[in-house]
Design a protein around this ligand. Structure first.
Ligand code: PLP
Length: 459
């Protein structure tokens, strides 16, 4: 007989891990990683695994989101209420729903000046994909069909679909799956800590010279847009020099090139403001959002754009682009309830407070031999591991941050996230000071056992 009963209902943690290995393909899965950490419950900045371990979630659901923390009844109620009122109706063509309209209005109120309209999507990759298509469509409709090139940056992360995945600056995501999206040019990442790699002079001068060189080589009339995260997140949590974005903006404007701010991570308080781009003189033409928009309670993203762009892309034959779940009423209701909590609980300001707690509690990490840099931007932290403080050579052998993050979880019940040679923390903005200190102490304790060979010595 074929049993349709789920064996998971009574499965032990070990059995669940076995079922996972057998049946579930994970995003960004690597077969050499055999561990399975099965998370079954969450509250605030705490999660529980199937084995009953209580863990500090210093990663915001593992993916830089969960702004309002896990287990918020308000969001469950908003979803239940909306599902029982109207679970779905299409947003295609002339149709709309009241929650999507309310969310569009709310985002208009929150977004930087000059950003007026929103196209709703199902997540970050969809939003970036929509931005790339909109940039090309915009120029094409205005009589410049050759403007197809997209400028992006090595180590920028923009998603996993073909357009967003090609704009992403991690080569392993483009290997073996080509041909990838044509006409994408990668510029250098903005890594002020590694200022030596820019020739020894001013970092912004070097990056602007590189940008101008690329524009000259490709031809301004062939370039649609540049995309960049205001603060590079997956690329190591790097804050650009204060003059970087204003000068990039000036060069792009002079050449008729649009600027897309990818705020999928930085939006909604992650770095201490509603929109990080608004604090850096970026003045983008379009902004992509996701993650913190719903705190991850339900998938939703969006592409915010100026009136000028919206009018062009929806003109003439129209905007033949969109997703079944665009403006999903349940997702919109959850997003609205999430924005309410962020506002009422002052979580944008709290992000900076969380950052201050990290700064003070992580201060001793700077003295450790393998710690090159500790970067804290709002409630977002990157600890860069190096072979030597003098050379700043990234410690990639073995994939050291993974070993550190594994030890922090196994030995201290704290979850931090590894990115190559950078340990990342991006907790729910409601995280308590005690949990921040525990995270810092656990990480420092493990890092104090990290040798120059990249191995964590046993306790
Ligand atoms: N843009 C940035 C800056 C991201 O960090 C991510 C995901 O981490 C994305 C886009 C893609 O978002 P999603 O995974 O929701 O498709």
């Amino acid at each position: 007989t074929i049993s349709s009963a789920l064996p998971t209902q009574s499965a032990s943690a070990t059995e669940l891990a076995g079922l996972d290995r057998r049946f579930l393909v994970h995003p960004h899965q690597r077969m050499d990683r055999n561990d399975r950490v099965v998370i079954v419950r969450g509250e605030g900045a705490t999660v529980w695994d199937a084995a009953g371990n209580e863990l500090v979630d210093a990663t915001g659901g593992g993916n830089w989101l969960s702004q309002v923390g896990h287990g918020r009844r308000e969001l469950a109620e908003a979803a239940a209420e909306q599902i029982s009122t109207l679970e779905y109706y299409t947003g295609f063509f002339d149709y709309s729903n009241d929650k999507a309209i309310e969310l569009a209005y709310r985002l208009n109120q929150l977004s930087p000046e000059g950003i007026d309209r929103v196209f709703l999507t199902s997540g970050g990759s969809d939003s970036v994909e929509s931005a790339i298509k909109s940039a090309r469509l915009y120029h094409n409709r205005r009589g410049e069909p050759n403007r197809t090139w997209i400028l992006a940056r090595h180590f920028g992360y923009h998603g996993a679909s073909y357009g967003s995945g090609t704009a992403t600056g991690f080569e392993m995501m483009q290997t073996y799956v080509g041909p990838n999206l044509p006409n994408v040019e990668k510029l250098s990442p903005v890594w002020p800590y590694h200022h030596e790699m820019y020739g020894g002079g001013d970092v912004t001068d070097a990056l602007i010279a590189e940008l101008e060189g690329a524009i000259e080589r490709i031809g301004a009339g062939n370039i649609a847009a540049m995309i960049g995260e205001p603060v590079m997140a997956g690329g190591g949590v790097h804050e650009p020099p204060a003059d970087y974005w204003p000068r990039v903006r000036e060069v792009l404007s002079r050449n008729g090139i649009l600027l897309i701010a990818d705020e999928v991570v930085t939006g909604f308080g992650r770095t201490g403001s509603w929109f990080d781009s608004a604090t850096r003189g970026m003045k983008p033409d379009m902004i992509t959002i996701a993650k913190g928009l719903t705190s991850g309670y339900i998938p939703m993203g969006g592409l915010l754009m100026s009136d000028a762009i919206a009018e062009v892309v929806t003109s003439n034959e129209g905007f033949f682009h969109g997703y079944t779940y665009a403006g999903h009423p349940v997702a919109a209701a959850v997003a609205l309830a999430n924005l309410d909590i962020i506002e009422k609980e002052g979580l944008i300001g709290r992000s900076l407070t969380v950052g201050d707690w990290f700064k003070s509690s992580l201060a001793p990490a700077r003295d450790l031999p393998q710690v090159g840099d500790v970067r804290v931007i709002g409630a977002t932290v990157g600890i860069e591991l190096v072979v030597s403080k003098q050379t700043k050579e990234p410690m990639m052998i073995p994939i050291v941050a993974e070993g550190v993050a594994d030890a922090v979880r196994r030995e201290h019940n704290v979850i931090v996230r590894p990115y190559g040679n950078v340990i990342v923390m991006s907790p729910p903005l409601v995280i308590g000071e005690d949990q921040v200190r525990r995270t810092a102490e656990a990480t420092i304790e493990v890092l104090s056992r990290l040798g120059a060979d990249g191995q964590v010595a046993p306790r």
